[in-house]
Write a protein that binds this ligand. Structure first.
Ligand code: ADP
Ligand code: ZN
Ligand code: ZN
Length: 742
């Protein structure tokens, strides 16, 4: 798709170019019926159009008077849904950028990110906007001296005496021409506020904290005007959130809105609370746990400018803002910012593009920044701000390793780990046990013949869930009852092999019968409020043992936790994914960051078969930033991202050979567009790490290049060719630019 051109406004536009939800990388032309030519729909307005046998909602991309198709073949649009654009021009630009960069159909990108009710054609709820006028600084300084007109002078005097006067209060006395005239001289300006008017004198519900010196240095560096990208790199508990809050305060006082993106809202109820506790200003949320109506309302309040703070997860990056002021994206390293199917965008990367397009600052925060962002600091694209110490009193944790080569475990837990837990509990402290495997055991095996029970739909073992008495697949939700006899040799000796959180929970509870053991994983938190109830127990401060998956590594502050035990530190050391080591380091540092947040120093126990692994040594003894530098050097040597551009063409099909055959063709076509060279390499088709998943056979073709421009050129041509292939109809395929997983 071409760049965004200024909206052509031919005298009598005849043709409306429309994006609809479709896998095709093109827009569709419709005729504008004669009776609508006087009030044609603008770019970003929804229209209802015939599409095949159906009627669908489309978004107007442009008005034009020429089409590549014969006019008599074009159908007329049915109806105009919006008289004013649903999406502001700035957001449209972001979608066009994203469709180009990710080589994804624009209609699909637009419609899969819009609130469901808007997709269905529901009108945008009308905001009750109050129009207020105020004198500008120029008006206050020089206006009265320069103005000749009596009416305009009187108006300015009034606005200086009464800042923020409602337009309705002015109109009986002053004409619209007077209001407009003064504004044109830039002596006054219009401020629109929603129903809940922000009272700047009482903006704060609680006083801001006095910043420590490193927070203050960061705060002084962050310029809240204009585009710039700040990487706020501070250990967990170093006070990043306090900096976000203080930047947002500034932004609201400038009359602008803040968009705050976080990885997962259900895991971090505290985040919302901290924002609400601080500000007496409208805040809206946008995440998947809301109803369609709630999402629509939040979206509308962000778009109308009523909401001062928009707090949301990944797709909230596409929320329109009337008065864009700042984007804050917390835990920027988190994988959940990358959409893993369909429109595979990175909300982090798009947030930076959006901030640039809308001339606002963006803060990316993390205790464990991604190698991408660190590299962007090294090359000067982002500004690196560090917070090296924890805010308040808390100390950095003390790391200890348990050598699993010499110590046996019971249900995944070594005896020395148990005794450390016993000490903590005896001191009335709290403990967090981390194991990134939910369920009772990761496999069910026959003791006699070794037969393992696999998922019929996926290349994986079924996980034993004892409480449910079932075997479950964690990839496709297949489920069956526990087996008592081996399907292969009929032996009755079936065993649950390995340890998951459910088994370790049971074991811990048997070791500590008088202490609550709380399990936090997807199985225990499915019920609404379950997470909150658990957090409440923990926040009460009484001794308890939390055991959970990586859900526990995120966000939540546990002031009373003094011991963190990582049961299996090895799983990340030996993965074929080139990002595995980066992830491992991030996970360990994030989990460790849960400990010792109060006034007792925390301890972290790592159970590992590789206590001397050089990477663990660096991470523990020198910290994450050295660790990241080491990994970065390796990536550079191996020409891997972020030092090289990587794109996957993914395809899956219900038969094993279709996806592979399609990608073979794709590779041939790609090579005919740009032949392989030292600067551009093809690899594959290869099976995905889990080839069969949910009864689909998955393959990928990897294209890596030194120059983004080469890849862009190649992909923009390749996707158009692929769409035309008959084989494309037998597979599901898509482009994954900057993939996060293989
Ligand atoms: P992060 O977002 O980096 O994890 P937070 O902003 O949540 O850090 O701060 C961690 C804890 O320290 C919070 O309880 C917060 O209230 C407190 N804190 C932050 N900044 C200060 C400060 N300047 N003085 C005292 N306490 C602070
Ligand atoms: Zn058997
Ligand atoms: Zn499965």
């Amino acid at each position: 798709m071409a760049d965004l051109k200024p909206l052509a406004s031919p005298q009598k536009p005849r043709i409306v170019r429309v994006a609809v939800l479709s896998p095709l990388r093109r827009s569709f032309d419709y005729l504008l019926p004669e009776q609508l030519t006087d009030a044609p729909p603008g770019r970003g307005c929804r229209v209802s159009v015939p599409f095949g046998k159906r009627k669908v909602i489309g978004l107007v991309i442009e008005l034009t008077d020429s089409s590549d198709f014969a006019l008599d073949k074009l159908k007329p649009i049915d109806a105009i849904v919006d008289t004013t654009p649903l999406l502001p021009e700035s957001l449209f630009k972001l979608f066009i950028w994203a469709a180009n960069y990710y080589h994804h159909p624009i209609g699909d990108a637009l419609f899969t990110t819009l609130p469901v009710l808007l997709r269905a054609g529901r009108p945008l709820p009308e905001p009750a906007v109050t129009r207020l006028w105020k004198a500008t600084q120029a008006g206050i300084d020089t206006g009265l001296a320069l103005l000749r007109g009596v009416k305009q002078r009187a108006l300015l005097e009034r606005l200086i005496a009464q800042p923020l006067t409602a337009e309705t209060a002015l109109l009986p006395e002053y004409s619209r021409a007077t209001l407009k005239g003064l504004a044109e001289k830039q002596f006054s300006e219009l401020v629109c506020v929603g129903p809940q008017q922000v009272d700047l004198d009482n903006l704060l519900r609680e006083p801001p904290l006095l910043l420590n010196p490193s927070q203050q240095r960061a705060m002084d560096a962050i310029d809240c005007h204009g585009f710039n990208t700040w990487l706020l790199d501070g250990v967990t508990g170093s006070g990043k959130t306090e900096i976000y809050l203080q930047c947002i305060e500034k932004i609201i006082r400038y009359g602008r809105q803040a968009l705050v993106l976080i990885p997962e809202i259900s895991l971090t109820p505290q985040t919302e609370k901290r924002f609400r506790d601080r500000f007496n200003a409208p805040l809206v949320m946008l995440h998947s746990g809301m109803t369609d109506q709630e999402r629509l309302d939040s979206w509308a309040r962000a778009a109308s400018g009523e909401a001062c703070i928009v707090l949301g997860t990944r797709s909230a990056v596409f929320t329109p803002l009337k008065r864009p002021g700042i984007i804050i994206l917390d835990e920027e390293h988190d994988q959940s910012y990358k959409q893993q199917d369909g429109f595979r965008y990175s909300a982090r990367d798009l947030a930076v593009i959006r901030a640039k397009q809308e001339s606002m600052p963006i803060i990316l925060g993390s205790a464990t920044p991604s190698l991408e962002s660190l590299n962007n600091c090294a090359n000067g694209r982002y500004q690196h701000l560090r917070l090296d110490t924890r805010a308040g009193e808390a100390l950095q944790p003390d790391w200890q390793r348990v050598d699993l080569r010499t110590e046996a475990t019971d249900c995944g837990i070594a005896a020395s780990t148990i005794s450390a837990i016993r000490d903590a509990v005896a001191n009335r402290q709290q403990v967090l046990v981390f194991l990134n495997r939910r369920g009772f055991a990761p496999a069910m095996l026959c003791h006699d013949c070794g037969h393992a029970i696999d998922c019929p739909n996926c290349d994986t073992r079924l996980t034993v869930h004892r409480r449910q008495q079932r075997l479950l697949c964690h990839h496709c939700n297949f489920s069956r009852r526990l087996l008592h006899a081996c399907p292969s040799c009929q032996s009755q000796r079936m065993v649950a092999a390995g340890d998951g959180t459910e088994r370790s929970e049971a074991f811990l509870q048997s070791c500590f019968p008088d202490t609550p053991v709380l399990r936090v994983d997807r199985d225990t938190t499915r019920k609404k409020n379950a997470m909150q109830e658990m957090f409440d127990t923990v926040d009460s401060g009484a001794p308890c043992i939390l055991i959970g998956t990586q859900m526990l590594a995120k966000g939540h502050h546990f002031a009373n936790i003094t011991l963190v035990a990582v049961l299996d530190a090895d799983s990340g050391l030996f993965s074929p994914d080139f990002r595995a080591h980066e992830r491992l380091g991030q996970l360990l540092v994030q989990v460790a960051g849960r400990s010792g947040r109060g006034n007792v120093a925390g301890k972290v126990i790592l159970q590992t078969h590789q206590p001397d692994h050089p990477l663990l040594e660096v991470l523990i003894n020198q910290g994450y930033s050295h660790y990241a530098r080491l990994l970065s050097d390796q990536r550079q040597l191996l020409q891997l991202p972020p030092f090289n551009q990587l794109t996957l063409i993914r395809a899956d099909a219900d038969r094993p050979d279709s996806a592979e055959a399609f990608l073979k063709q794709a590779r041939r076509i790609a090579e005919s567009i740009l032949s392989p060279s030292p600067a551009l390499a093809y690899l594959g088709p290869l099976p995905a790490l889990m080839e069969k998943r949910n009864s689909r056979y998955r393959y990928l073709l990897q294209i890596s290049g030194e120059r983004r421009s080469d890849l862009n050129y190649l992909l923009s041509r390749l996707v158009l060719e692929l769409e035309k292939l008959p084989a494309a109809r037998q597979v599901r395929w898509g482009v994954d630019v900057d993939p996060q997983e293989l």
